[in-house]
Design a protein around this ligand. Structure first.
Ligand code: SAM
Length: 177
């Protein structure tokens, strides 16, 4: 099982980014997101989307994301441009998650990440060694981890379901089926 922890959040400036960390975590196979205490909008959006489009996906807040990382009972992958290439470590991470059934915490930063996080992580993982975005890094990391299987995830408890269309938009109410 995979959880995603966002280390920091600047209200206003980071609202969309933190929201997208949550939605991307959910869409691409994580089962839980842990946000800083002040990320209220992102928590609300993730819960609202889960209510409508299904789960399982839990979202919660913490007053100490660093404490969550420090006390995690399982393994920790911290996404950072300074880390080891994802293509070099993905097999090790997958083995811990799948073979040894260790709960995996994927950590993404916001502003400057304290050095303690680099030390607490089992892997510091780079999706390229170029600076980009926590949302992009998370998406590529999860897709590598699950080897594409997350694209076929089944959703439970949805009230709405998108029916894929070559053109146009079709959303059905699940209750009416
Ligand atoms: N300036 C911050 C620092 O020095 O740690 C990082 C800011 S960056 C906009 C925010 C987050 O995006 C990072 O903490 C990391 O989780 C993620 N990120 C950015 N580029 C990445 C990359 N190439 N690989 C993996 N994660 C990346």
């Amino acid at each position: 099982e995979v959880a995603v922890c966002r280390l920091g959040h600047r209200p206003g400036r980071d609202d969309r980014m933190t929201t997208h960390v949550g939605l991307t975590a959910r869409a691409l196979g994580a089962y839980r997101a842990i946000f800083p205490e002040n990320a209220t909008d992102a928590v609300e959006t993730a819960r609202d989307i889960t209510d409508r489009f299904g789960g399982p996906f839990a979202v919660e807040r913490t007053d100490s994301p660093t404490g969550v990382v420090r006390n995690w009972e399982g393994v920790v992958a911290h996404l950072t441009m300074y880390g080891e290439p994802v293509q070099a470590v993905e097999a090790d991470v997958r083995s811990a998650l799948v073979d040894r059934r260790e709960p995996l915490l994927v950590v993404v930063g916001a502003e400057k990440v304290p050095f303690e996080i680099y030390e607490a992580a089992d892997w510091n993982v780079a999706v390229t060694n170029q600076p980009h975005s926590e949302v992009a890094g998370l998406a590529v990391f999860l897709d590598r981890l699950f080897d594409g299987a997350e694209l076929d995830r089944e959703w439970v408890g949805a009230s709405r379901e998108v029916v894929p269309q070559a053109t146009g938009k079709l959303v059905e109410s699940v209750d009416e089926e």
